[in-house]
Design a protein around this ligand. Structure first.
Ligand SMILES: Cc1cc2nc3c(=O)[nH]c(=O)nc-3n(C[C@H](O)[C@H](O)[C@H](O)COP(=O)(O)OP(=O)(O)OC[C@H]3O[C@@H](n4cnc5c(N)ncnc54)[C@H](O)[C@@H]3O)c2cc1C
Length: 297
């Protein structure tokens, strides 16, 4: 690859957001470089059922097919970890461990990293009967013996929402005893069992069957929601002083997903939504705006 070249667009992250942007820009015959370190959150999703026109598809398949599609439209793909993005004289400099690449526009779609609690056997059941996202997998709790594990008031809110939508048989395990009394009352009124303590280990053959607590209590369950959130992969944006939303976590973007720094677009969980179809749509919207801006240049 010609290292002196200035790409029309550099895309960081090959999840659905970055790949969709790459496919659009590749098909606009623009010079596009996609940099990815591999192993993103999408690849953890085993059965995605809420993606239009795909009855069920794994996250790994979406990424593999997307990579092939992007490459077939001339997108250059490199493996690497982006450590920094700088802007000088109208051109972005995107640096990995070994190289620096230049681009007129940048799309950031680096997603996040799951916070997975330290509970025995969690990886045996992860993404099948122990899941992390109500919008993705709440449906699988329908009519099931359900367990939510968390450490905040938000986990109690989640339990009440899930009880309303999916299952009346609901236990909430909280690793903190800081739940206000009115919440405890509300959970009781809703028929949600509250257990406060430290989870030790999951048990089950093919799917999860119970959670053993450190004090020896065993809680039977068929589906578990592990509610500990995820960290954003955004360290490399630190030097840019980008504006954030009031949550102090996600980035402010306009309706084309351009951040407060002109020419730098942010899609996927970093700009707020955590769904494959939305990340892909945002990647497409960013690419359309970049196409227009390149024509105007
Ligand atoms: C278990 C599980 C199940 C899920 N199920 C569903 C579902 O059913 N339906 C649904 O819509 N959504 C689901 N999601 C959410 C979905 O995975 C995310 O919304 C989606 O991954 C966000 O897309 P993204 O483009 O930000 O990509 P990601 O998949 O997060 O990809 C980001 C990419 O950027 C790369 N990257 C990160 N930092 C750097 C760096 N510094 N340099 C280079 N590359 C970097 C990563 O390696 C990764 O390849 C699920 C998530 C999980 C964890």
């Amino acid at each position: 690859m010609d290292k002196q070249r200035i790409f029309d667009c550099i895309i960081i992250g090959a999840g659905p957001g970055g790949l969709q942007a790459a496919i659009y820009l590749g098909r606009f015959n623009r010079s596009v470089l996609l940099i990815d370190r591999g192993g993103g959150r999408t690849t953890l999703a085993k059965n995605i059922e809420n993606f239009l026109a795909q009855k069920v598809i794994s996250g790994q398949e979406i990424v593999d097919i997307g990579m092939e599609q992007a490459a077939s439209f001339g997108v250059g793909i490199v493996r690497g970890v982006v450590g920094s993005v700088r802007k000088g004289r109208g051109v972005f400099e995107v640096s990995t461990e070994h190289e620096m690449y230049q681009g007129k526009f940048v799309v950031v779609s680096t997603g996040g990293k799951e916070n997975i609690p330290d509970i025995g056997n969690i990886y045996k059941f992860f993404a099948t009967s122990v899941v992390t996202c109500i919008d993705c997998d709440g449906y699988h709790f329908t009519g099931k013996k359900s367990l939510i594990i968390g450490n905040s008031i938000r986990s109690a809110d989640l339990a009440m929402g899930m009880r309303e939508m999916y299952s009346k048989d609901m236990t909430l395990v909280l690793c903190t005893d800081k739940l206000p009394d009115d919440y405890k009352e509300e959970l009781k009124d809703e028929g949600i069992r509250l257990v406060v303590g430290r989870p030790k280990c999951f048990h089950g053959r093919e799917t999860v069957e119970s959670l053993e607590m450190e004090d020896g209590t065993v809680i039977p369950c068929e589906m578990v929601m592990s509610h500990f959130g995820f960290k954003l992969n955004d360290k490399f944006l630190d030097g840019l002083n980008l504006k954030k939303e009031s949550d102090k976590r996600t980035y402010q973007v306009n309706r084309h997903f351009e951040s407060s720094l002109q020419g730098l677009y942010i899609v996927g969980p970093l700009s707020g939504h955590d769904q494959v179809v939305i990340a892909a749509g945002e990647g497409a919207a960013a690419a359309l705006d970049i196409k227009k801006r390149l024509l105007e240049m």
